[in-house]
Ligand binder design. Structure first.
Ligand SMILES: [Zn+2]
Length: 304
């Protein structure tokens, strides 16, 4: 069990004033426009960039961008890549952008690509898991979602729904999950927090309803070429869930309202890089994310 969180009363869910206290404690730590939008606009020379919405928070407006491959045809299968659903998970945002930069044109010969590189720009700037309303966008992909980050992305993606064969959602698991975000979640909901072991390395969360173990293995094999895969703990688990195979656990992404449940795609995965590893660098995490996308797409190419 961890220390009680600094906001709220143990055992009592947060009300409006506690959520306001939490929000007041957050601050801007990096710039979405400088780090992310600049890169998106650079890619607009080679890809179709569109704005699918915007978020207004206090004095800030964040434009939300989708990037599509230019040579889009209806006979190609469509691939969805999302990053920054959790804005603090840096390599997901920059992995999505680096994949497009390095390999987007190559893979767009075979597939239609849609990339939403940063669903939660406020979370990117303040290094947060939640949005300003203390809501986790990655538990909010369902009808009537209270999270604008989730709703705007889902509404935009609805037009592609029937043709999306694969969705790769790029995430990280970090030490701050145990030191900050899980204690904050328990405090918000008035429950007791039990931390789990943070896995040292890259792993995947597949979808319980469509696990596709060979697809997941193809991704793990490609990632293992550039960074280390998380070993299971002594209970053969990762984050408290039994492993299915090396580096893979499954969640019911639809039931939990995860981003990976946003489409009916038959091939879905959530990547989890570990930036706090002694063996990791920011670039090795980005390399792992890029390799994960390549591993997924190479599997699907061979399936055709
Ligand atoms: Zn995440």
């Amino acid at each position: 069990m961890s220390q009680p969180y600094s906001i709220g009363t143990v055992g009592t869910p947060w009300g409006t004033s506690e959520k306001q206290s939490w929000l007041q404690a957050q601050s801007m730590k990096r710039s979405y426009d400088a780090d992310v939008v600049t890169k998106i606009l650079e890619l607009s020379a080679r890809f179709n960039v569109s704005q699918y919405g915007s978020l207004s928070y206090e004095h800030r407006v964040f434009d939300l961008f989708a990037i599509q491959s230019p040579n889009w045809t209806t006979d190609k299968k469509t691939i969805l890549i999302t990053g920054g659903v959790h804005g603090y998970e840096t390599s997901g945002v920059h992995g999505a952008l680096e994949f497009l930069e390095q390999y987007g044109n190559h893979y767009s010969e075979t597939f239609n690509l849609i990339v939403l590189p940063c669903l939660s720009p406020w979370g990117y700037e303040t290094i947060n898991r939640w949005n300003p309303d203390a809501i986790d966008p990655n538990r909010s992909f369902f009808n009537g979602s209270p999270a604008q980050e989730s709703k705007l992305a889902a509404d935009y993606l609805a037009q592609f729904q029937n043709n999306i064969i694969c969705h790769i959602d790029l995430h990280e698991t970090t030490d701050t999950d145990n030191s900050e975000f899980r204690p904050a979640l328990a405090a918000r909901d008035g429950i007791t927090n039990h931390n789990w072991n943070i896995p040292d390395g890259f792993y995947l969360v597949g979808h319980t309803q469509k696990p596709e173990p060979n697809f997941q293995k193809s991704i793990i094999d490609e990632v293992a070429k550039v960074t280390h895969i998380a070993p299971a703990d002594e209970n053969k688990q990762l984050i408290g869930v039994p492993i299915e195979q090396e580096g893979v656990i499954n969640y019911d992404g639809t039931k939990l309202g995860l981003c990976m449940g946003v489409t009916d795609a038959p091939y879905v995965t959530t990547t989890e890089a570990y930036p706090d590893s002694l063996k990791a660098t920011p670039q090795s995490c980005i390399d792992g994310q890029v390799a994960a996308i390549k591993g997924a797409l190479n599997y699907l190419v061979n399936l055709r």
